[in-house]
Ligand binder design. Structure first.
Ligand SMILES: *Cc1c(COP(=O)(O)O)cnc(C)c1O
Length: 383
């Protein structure tokens, strides 16, 4: 089976992890700070706060921006559950803004229409979480302009987009947002096993995030001087969302290869674009404002033109040993969200995209020959 995604681990990665295991610090040590500083420098952000996973990162990002009961958080329906669940963890309500049918990302025009209605109703969101689907940045300049006009904060869910470019910077710079979140799950572009990071420009926000990831505790030189070296204070209700130095060492080692990971993914995407031309499907369209990191390569099966259902194409590929997947079932269509009042048909662009979506294998070590096998299987299934 050719999977849809998989990690790339080298002997250097293993040596970096082994070195931490032989050291004095397997958690709360120097590898975490080194990983945070290196990724912040790579992205052009001032700060990085590494945590146990991106779900935890989204949770503390919302908390750091004061999301609480009575607040609204808007995200894309075309995302993983965590982008919406983080609002509910804080006691806030989640709502969704439909996608642009060309990029599958949150549509800025739909966002503006919803904001106009929300202002009239006196129910503006506190935070909006655009999701850089498949590794392509959202139209962040437009979203940032709306954020200023309507007074909401922006958290980029950049779980798919580490290494991606947007306008003249890197995704994660927070030039058009308050915070940005990365995931280091093994199917993502860069891995720490489990892990995530919140990127920030503002030092006070970064400090709040550091407290939230570790029980809301403060322990510093001034307090030690005054009270003794054992002394710490709890200033807020935090969690244990810490990452380990073992994981951070893997992340730091992987970061050295991030540009080559992304370059290979872009080359594979360009090959898919060429090899799939003429088939009854839509390859992922790219905005000229940036360059995707291609966490995913999602094709949209035109069921009418293909004379086949997406289900038939998916099952045919799986039967041929191609580990395709589907991203995403619209979050508001989940039973849990339907029970909270969302209705089928509320986000038609996301539903229409989902009905035809198939993610083809896309990962650093996918060879040209394996990719040819994927394309040949797809041609057979569609023939
Ligand atoms: C993977 C993913 C997450 C969650 O990441 P974890 O590190 O597994 O918690 C959140 N949002 C999106 C869009 C994702 O793809």
């Amino acid at each position: 089976m050719i999977p849809y995604g998989r990690q790339s681990i080298t002997e250097d990665d293993i040596a970096a992890v082994a070195a931490v295991l032989r050291s004095d610090w397997i958690t709360q040590g120097p590898s975490i700070t080194a990983f945070e500083n290196a990724l912040a420098r790579y992205c052009g952000a001032a700060h990085g706060v590494a945590v146990a996973n991106a779900t935890a990162a989204l949770h503390i990002a919302c908390l750091a921006l004061d999301v609480g009961p009575g607040d609204l958080v808007w995200t894309s329906p075309n995302t993983f559950l965590a982008s919406a669940n983080c609002a509910l963890y804080c006691g806030a309500e989640a709502d969704f803004v439909d996608i642009d049918p060309a990029t599958y990302n949150m549509c800025p025009q739909a966002l503006e229409r919803k904001l106009v209605a929300a202002r009239a109703a006196g129910r503006l969101p506190k935070v909006v979480i655009p999701v850089h689907f498949a590794g392509q940045s959202c139209d962040m300049a437009a979203i940032a302009r709306l954020a200023r006009e309507y007074g909401f904060k922006v958290v980029e869910d950049a779980s798919h987009a580490v290494g991606a470019d947007y306008l003249d910077g890197k995704v994660g710079s927070c030039q058009y947002s308050d915070l940005a979140v990365f995931s280091f799950h093994p199917v993502k572009i860069l891995t720490t096993g489990e892990g995530g990071m919140v990127m920030a420009r503002d030092a006070a926000l970064a400090q709040r995030l550091q407290q939230l990831r570790s029980h809301g505790m403060v322990r510093d030189a001034a307090l030690s001087e005054q009270h003794g070296a054992w002394y710490y204070e709890q200033h807020t209700l935090g969690y244990n969302y810490r990452i380990t130095d073992i994981q951070a060492a893997l992340g730091l080692s992987q970061l050295g290869r991030l540009d080559s990971f992304v370059a290979r993914r872009r080359a594979l995407a360009a090959r898919y674009d060429a090899l799939l031309a003429g088939l009854p499907l839509q390859c992922p369209r790219q905005s000229p404002d940036g360059r995707s990191a291609f966490h995913l390569y999602p094709v949209w099966i035109d069921e009418a033109a293909a004379g086949r259902s997406r289900r038939a194409v998916f099952d045919g590929l799986r039967a041929a040993g191609i580990g395709v997947n589907v991203h995403y079932i619209p979050v508001p269509n989940q039973p849990y969200y339907q029970a909270r009042g969302f209705q089928p048909g509320q986000f038609p662009a996301a539903e229409r995209y989902y009905a035809g979506a198939i993610s083809l294998p896309m990962y650093y070590s996918l060879s040209d020959a394996e990719q040819d096998q994927v394309v040949a299987a797809l041609r057979r299934v569609l023939a």
